[in-house]
Design a binder for this molecule. Structure first.
Ligand code: SF4
Length: 442
């Protein structure tokens, strides 16, 4: 089969993997004139397709042959799809060709399992090794690892890759047992722990080297002059399929929270289940609404940057599901109105982060501004944060929201109407509505 035909099949087969964003890593560079693959010192760029998937990396499978039969997977053994397989050398060549033509910033490589987990992992590692060692490639490499492969192969993978990921696939062990019986949930977690441990060791080595201390970590004895080897500096990530096994959003967020806490994952990606041809009768016939995936990302953001815990994000009484109509922070505020109105001149940063419509940067700007003066309504306009969502829940020196509205079921409806109107206005004029328009509501 010609390489272009293989590329067509194996790039298409990789599109179901959402975990390919390259954020959070300092790029290697070739500004010194050596090597190949500089992102000109600006790190890695990404671009996304309209459905939100990242396309700045060459995103392919090594092969879509697989000896496993995970029911939700288009590449499972029993699936009737056209198969193809790259050699490691072909993937290296393709990556370099695309890179030289400025089409990609790096490589995202995953694979079905062929022969054995160890054999497949060896092939993946060989691609990364050859790019780094034979071609001095300094672009971004994300390797999807095979959890039950020899741990030594995971160590090697981390030496060459910027990011490693191991897909947990489904949020519960029961779901995994039912839909991917050949996969071992405990093995998945064990592999993540192993990777997390090596990432931690590499970080400590780097810190020790920067401070001139001699490192004496288990398996990491070296002198203060030695440059510690990199190990997946972009951390590890995982992906969960949403809507294949009936797990609620509360369960999904609980699993993510445990992964962030225990395995120190950099990102959890959520991928809405897409119905596949000749699917097992265990699977739903329809994909979940895409907005569910979006709400999960927003909720995930709240856990990572806004101090929310997973169990307070999903309001009780909705069968553990997120509100699809409003974003999770607004849903939380509407369910916890006793916390509001929040005084923007006095509230702690932790409480400010809970105000709908206030992002991390807005909160930083507010806190800086209130150090020098008492904040008034006009200041919000200047800080570009005078949205209806904010005004409903805050008070300022010269502004108090209508308490009767804050306590009323009408608030939700009015906010929804105002947000719809704002978005229409923005799409027509490209401008943010002025504060007076927002105030009409209050
Ligand atoms: S092991 Fe991976 S590629 Fe193979 S069937 Fe399962 S999910 Fe698909």
């Amino acid at each position: 089969m010609q390489i272009i035909a293989k590329l067509k099949i194996l790039a298409d087969a990789a599109k179901y993997d959402a975990s390919c964003a390259s954020s959070g890593v300092k790029g290697r560079d070739s500004l010194d004139g050596k090597g190949l693959g500089s992102a000109e010192g600006m790190g890695i760029c990404h671009s996304y397709t309209p459905d939100g998937r990242c396309v700045s990396l060459l995103k392919i499978l090594l092969t879509n042959f697989c000896i496993y039969d995970c029911r939700y997977c288009i590449n499972r053994k029993s699936s009737n799809v056209q198969r193809a397989r790259f050699t490691a050398e072909e993937v290296v060549r393709l990556t370099l060709d695309f890179y030289r033509r400025n089409c990609i910033e790096g490589l995202f490589l995953s694979s079905g399992i062929i022969q054995s987990s160890d054999y497949t992992m060896e092939q993946l590692v060989e691609v990364a090794r050859s790019l780094r060692e034979d071609h001095d490639f300094r672009g971004y490499i994300h390797l999807k690892t095979i959890p039950d492969a020899d741990p030594q192969l995971l160590v090697l993978a981390g030496r060459y890759a910027d990011r490693l990921s191991i897909n947990v696939e489904l949020p519960t062990t029961e779901g995994l047992q039912r839909l991917a019986p050949e996969k071992d949930a405990a093995g998945l977690v064990g592999a993540m722990k192993h990777v997390a441990k090596h990432i931690e060791i590499a970080k400590l080595e780097l810190q020790a080297q920067a401070s001139g201390r001699v490192v004496s970590l288990p398996g990491a004895q070296r002198t203060q002059r030695a440059v510690p080897p990199r190990y997946a500096p972009g951390g590890q990530s995982t992906q969960m399929i949403v809507g294949a096994d009936g797990a609620s959003d509360a369960l999904i967020l609980g699993t993510s929270s445990a992964l962030y806490r225990r395995q120190r994952l950099r990102r959890v990606y959520y991928s809405a289940f897409s119905p596949i041809p000749d699917a097992s009768s265990d699977l739903p016939l329809q994909a979940p609404p895409l907005v569910r995936e979006h709400r999960l990302y927003q909720a995930d953001w709240l856990m990572r940057y806004y101090g929310f815990t997973h169990d307070e994000i999903v309001a009780p009484g909705n069968a553990g599901m997120l509100d699809l109509e409003v974003d999770p922070k607004l849903a939380w505020a509407l369910a916890n109105r006793h916390v509001f109105p929040v005084d923007l001149n006095r509230a702690s940063q932790r409480i400010l982060l809970r105000v709908p419509g206030l992002g991390v940067r807005s909160v930083q700007r507010l806190v800086a501004a209130r150090r020098v003066r008492s904040l008034r309504l006009a200041d919000l306009q200047q800080l570009h944060i005078a949205s209806a969502k904010v005004l409903a829940f805050v008070e300022l020196a010269d502004y108090h929201p209508r308490i009767d509205l804050l306590d009323s079921p009408l608030l939700r409806r009015q906010l929804l109407a105002q947000m719809a109107q704002n978005s229409t206005q923005r799409s027509h004029s490209g401008m943010k509505p002025r504060v007076e328009a927002q105030l009409a509501l209050f």
